[in-house]
Design a binder for this molecule. Sequence first.
Ligand SMILES: *Cc1c(COP(=O)(O)O)cnc(C)c1O
Length: 426
Amino acid sequence: MAKEFKPETLCVQAGWTPSKGEPRVLPIYQSTTFKYDTSEQMARLFDLEDSGYFYTRLQNPTNDAVAAKIAALEGGVAAMLTSSGQAANFYAIFNICQAGDHFISSSAIYGGTFNLFSVTMKKLGIEVTFINPDATEDEINAAFRPNTKALFGETVSNPSLEVLDIEKFARIAHSNGVPLIIDNTFPTPINCRPFEWGADIVIHSTTKYMDGHATSVGGAIVDSGNFDWDAHADKFPGLCTPDESYHGLTYTKAFGKLAFITKATAQLMRDLGSIQSPQNAFLLNLGLETLHLRMPRHCENALKVAQYLEKNEKVAWVNYCGLPGNKYYNLAQKYMPNGSCGVISFGLKGGRDESIRFMDNLKLAAIVTHVADARTCVLHPASHTHRQLSDEQLIEAGVRPDLIRLSVGIENADDIIADIDQALNA
Ligand SMILES: *Cc1c(COP(=O)(O)O)cnc(C)c1O
C-alpha cells in the first residue's frame, strides 16, 4: 500500500492490511511484551538481526501500522510514533546531534520547540542558532559552522503563521551537507508534502489535525530516505560508524534508507523511552481516517472567518496566508495550493486588554491550550503558550503581545462568525 494510491485512500486504508480472518479494524495491541519460542529467536531481535516485536518501549504493532500510514501520506520510507510532538522534535535532532554539535533553526517556530532548542538542548551541549526564515540564502549560509548538523523549520509556523520557503531551505541545507528537518504539523500531508520540495525528515505533532479531535497527545518522525548520510560520514558518526551498544553495527550499512528511523528506535527509544501508547495510536488512526475530509473544511471555514475579520473595523490586523495581500500568500499558493490550515491570528484595535476581553466573551469558541482540532478554539500566546518568553523573544518568534490565535474548527462557518461578532460587540 503506497505510492499508487492517492492521499484520500491512504488516509482510510494505509498501514493496517489484515490477512484472512484478522480484524478489519486496526487492533490495539495492549501488550508490553511479545512471545517467542526459543531464546535464540529473542536474542536475534536484541541484536537487530531480525525485525520483530519484543517490548513496547521500542516498538508496538499498533503504533507501527499508524506510523506506516503517516509515512505513506508523506511519501517517506519509514516513520515512528513518539509520545508527543516535543519528543519527535527532540529525537529528530538528538538522533544526529551530540554534545559539541550545532544546528540552525528558523526563529518562527512553536514556543515549546523554541524552549527545547534554546534551553534544554543547550544543557545537553547542543547549540542552536536561530535565523529569520525570510533572510537571504547568503545570510543563512553564514550561520553554518563546521559542526552544524541540521537545518530546521516549520512549514507554517505556530502561532506566527509564517510560510517557510522549503525549496530555499533545502538548497541551503544540502549545499552545507546537512539534512532539512521540517515540522509539518499545521498543513499535514493533505495540504503539503515537504519531501516533494526537498526536505529530508518531517516531524509532526499528531496531537493537532492528525488526531483532530483533541483526544491524544502524540508525535511522529518520518524519513524520506533521501539524505545520503555516508556522503557526509564525518558529520554523522552516529549513523555511519559502528554503534558499540549494538556490537559494532553501523546503521547506514545495515539498514540503508531505514538507518535514521532504525537508529532513533533502537537507540533513543531504548534509552529515553518516549513511546506513544497503543491506545493513543489507535485514536490517532481514527483521526487520520478522516484527515482528508477535515482539512479542506478547516481551510474553507478559516478563509471565511479571516475575510470577516479583515472587514471588521474593530480588528487591527489579520494574519492568514490564504488572504490575498498576506505577506506569505504567494509562498502559500506555491506550497499549499489547496489551503494551509485552519489557524488564523489577529489583533484588536484595543490592544492586549481588548483581546483578553474579547476572548472572555466568546461562547462557541473555547479558551483552551490547544489548536487544530474539530472544535473552534482561541488562545492568547503572550499570556499562555509563550509566557516564558521575553518580549524580545516573542517578537523574534513572530508573536505580537496582542496576538490572538484562533483555531477555526469544522462547525458551520456562519455560527463561528456569529460568535466572534457577538464577542466583538459585547
Ligand atoms: C504543538 C506543536 C508541537 C509540540 O507538540 P506536542 O504534541 O504538544 O508535544 C510542535 N510543533 C508544532 C508546530 C506544534 O503545533
